[in-house]
Design a protein around this ligand. Structure first.
Ligand SMILES: *Cc1c(COP(=O)(O)O)cnc(C)c1O
Length: 359
């Protein structure tokens, strides 16, 4: 038997989730964020499933290149902007918009004034996250400089990014929104603020373009709530099979370091998945998996290729039976929480040896 570890990508779920975003923000255009290989789901596969989006957001020019090579003609936005002068001809060749967040980028544009066609720019204002963007008080000055450059398209999109839009009951997002809106009040052009959590929890931020990532994949950015709780469907199911079932005696340890000792004589199932596939080593004993669709806890330390499962609740389980690690029937957020991370990181961390299947 070849290794059974696979990530099933649910194309219908991607489309469903895009529909959810559109219903929540009916007057906005949707930039589907597909950075990090479509949040680990596979860039081209995701982009084809989300062809109904108005554009795609990427973090690397190489990803824009892949989207164009795959025949996608939608608007593409390079969310972290360009790094060096030689990126500019690539942006033009690929017809890609760029975010502009730093003076160094402004200088690179100013150094090639006559070059055509003009580049389309999304001007990023730092409204309080303090990661990327120009200070609000510089919005007018930078906007005017861009407008004066003949190699920059006059149609400039104004954007900002939220640091805590998943926290619906603190004022941080509303404060960022006010700071942004005040900074750009007199400037013309489309506005873009909302990431997935803001689409769900902060409707006044929707504006002209929402930029949805996680929600499209059924991932929740909202603490304590799974994607399913938010009406989203998981776009990935990670699964494998049992490759062994062993009787282990009371008191005997299981796995590296013997961190788990059997409380009684019991059946231990071994499933073909581990941190070498992207299942987190930090998932502790007790983290749920589904064996034949029913919950069972993992026990002991997750190793590179294998994980052990307490099969006391599943006396009928046999070698070859399916094991689901997350996805349909088991929210990725639950595993992420147990492992001390978020679903986004788990989805992005699936490794290349995992077989991807579309369903
Ligand atoms: C990643 C990203 C998004 C999408 O965020 P989600 O929380 O996944 O919806 C939106 N805007 C920018 C600038 C991003 O980098």
């Amino acid at each position: 038997m070849s290794r059974a570890t696979s990530a099933t990508i649910h194309v219908d779920a991607l489309r469903h989730n895009l529909g959810v975003m559109r219903r929540l923000a009916p007057s906005s255009r949707v930039l589907a964020v597909v950075k990090a290989d479509g949040y680990g789901h596979g860039l081209e596969r995701v982009a084809h499933a989300l062809e109904g989006a108005d554009g795609f957001g990427v973090a690397a020019l190489a990803d824009a290149e892949r989207l164009r090579a795959a025949g996608l003609s939608q608007r593409i936005v390079l969310l972290s902007g360009f790094d060096e002068p030689s990126d500019l001809p690539a942006l033009r060749r690929l017809g890609v918009d760029t975010v502009l967040h730093h003076d160094s980028q402004l200088d690179m544009l100013a150094a090639e004034p006559g070059t055509q066609p003009p580049v389309r720019v999304w001007l990023k204002i730092d409204s309080g996250m303090h990661r990327l963007g120009f200070a609000p008080q510089r919005a007018r000055e930078v906007f005017d400089r861009l407008r004066a450059l003949p190699n920059v398209d006059d149609d400039i999109v104004l954007m900002t990014h939220f640091a805590a839009s998943d926290e619906f009951d603190i004022p941080r997002t509303a404060q960022q929104q006010s700071a942004f809106e005040a900074a750009i009040a007199d400037l013309p052009g489309a506005r873009s603020m909302a990431n997935s959590a803001a689409v769900i929890g902060w409707p006044t931020t929707h504006a002209h373009w929402i930029r949805a990532g996680g929600a499209l994949y059924g991932l929740s950015a909202v603490a304590g709530r799974s994607g399913v709780d938010l009406g989203l469907q998981p776009a990935m199911t990670l699964s494998t099979r049992l490759v062994a079932i062993n009787r282990v005696a009371k008191g005997e340890p299981v796995g590296y370091g013997g961190s788990y000792a059997c409380p009684e004589d019991m059946a231990i199932g071994i499933a073909a998945i581990g941190y070498g596939d992207g299942y987190p080593r930090s998932a502790p004993s007790g983290t749920s998996v589904l064996v034949n669709g029913e919950r069972a806890p993992i026990v002991g330390r997750v190793s590179m290729d294998l994980v052990a499962i307490d099969l006391r609740g599943q006396p009928q389980a046999k070698v070859g039976d399916p094991v689901v690690l997350w996805g349909r029937g088991l929210p990725i957020e639950e595993v992420a929480e147990a492992a001390g991370t978020i679903g986004y990181e788990l989805a992005c961390g699936i490794t290349r040896r995992v077989r991807f299947v579309e369903a």
